[in-house]
Design a protein around this ligand. Structure first.
Ligand code: SF4
Ligand code: SF4
Length: 308
């Protein structure tokens, strides 16, 4: 074998070894951020996620980076707190590369942004901002609900709370209201501004990513939060804004016909895209989130330019 053939062989062995090393790169769960929700365990294709003494951990002998099953680590995608991180994680090793914007920014003129005013928007804002200061009641089915009359009792608007990833089970406990973060009201208003720009927002989804949310909420100045903590916070705030369920009983007013909406989402969280970036060791780091959101049925009545 001549020298050139032998160096070609070395190169192919090296790249095979690198591929093998990448697939051996396990994740770990530092328990300071894990909330024990168990979202991750059923998603792991290799059964690597374990619980011991009520603490979650990942068996490094079983975790293989989801290699051969999925292109992205499923535990990170399922986790509300972005807890699983690469075992080898070291600060500063992963340089975040620029990526295209998900949508046009609000405040494109640097000052203000068009925004529709509607009772559904303002009352939802009230719920997310006032939280337990409002008068919540338990309805006849046992779910907590906040409602107020419209047009001197001829109609009403009511809210329930439901985790955006659950199809059933409205909240029955006031703890769901206590857990709301006032910044979810800002996210809701940001969504309302995006929806206002669409022709048929009850049918068209819009996208917003973590860079935009970070800017709108002034979070880029927060030096006390790590990137992972910021992403987890934004995911959580978006999920809270999307947890409101609305019922509207609208009375006929003048030429405007009455209508009813029952148990409809205020905002549908259609999808969360997780953006990963790989370092030279093959560790995949979560570097961004894009949220796909669509307004609920209420928008057909309140943000319908044709019907106005
Ligand atoms: S990266 Fe994949 S294989 Fe490893 S623990 Fe997470 S889900 Fe399981
Ligand atoms: S999904 Fe995240 S917070 Fe929930 S148990 Fe798994 S690591 Fe912990």
């Amino acid at each position: 074998m001549n020298k050139q053939d032998s160096s070609r062989g070395d190169l192919s062995q090296t790249s095979q070894r690198l591929e093998w090393e990448k697939s051996q790169m396990p994740y770990t769960i530092p328990n300071n951020s894990c909330v024990g929700c168990d979202n991750c365990r059923p998603q792991c294709p290799t059964g690597a996620i374990r619980i011991e003494d009520n603490e979650y951990w990942i068996d490094p002998g079983l975790c293989n980076n989801c290699e051969g099953y999925y292109s992205e680590p499923q535990c990170v995608i399922a986790c509300p707190t972005n807890s699983p991180i690469p075992w080898q994680s070291k600060k500063g090793r992963c340089k975040v590369e620029p990526r295209d914007a998900s949508s046009l920014d609000l405040f494109s003129n640097g000052k203000n942004n068009p925004f529709a005013s509607a009772i559904a928007i303002w009352e939802a804002c009230n719920v997310l901002a006032q939280r337990t200061s409002l008068h919540w009641e338990t309805d006849e089915e046992g779910y907590i609900s906040y409602s107020r009359q419209i047009n001197q009792g001829r109609g009403a608007i009511a809210f329930h709370i439901q985790d955006p990833f659950k199809v059933n089970d409205l909240a029955t406990d006031l703890a769901a209201v206590e857990g709301l973060d006032i910044r979810a009201a800002c996210i809701h208003l940001i969504f309302a501004a995006y929806a206002t720009a669409l022709d048929q927002p009850w049918e068209q989804e819009f996208a917003i990513d973590e860079r935009q949310i970070e800017k709108y909420l002034g979070m880029e100045k927060r030096k006390d939060l790590s990137k992972a903590a910021k992403l987890a916070l934004m995911k959580n705030l978006v999920q809270q804004a999307c947890s409101l369920i609305i019922c509207i009983d609208w009375p006929q007013q003048g030429r405007i016909n009455g209508f009813s909406i029952t148990d409809s989402r205020l905002w549908h969280l259609v999808d969360i895209q997780h953006h990963f970036q790989e370092d030279n060791l093959g560790c995949k780091y979560l570097i961004g989130l894009t949220f796909k959101v669509k307004a609920g049925l209420w928008a057909q009545y309140f943000l319908n330019k044709q019907a106005c």
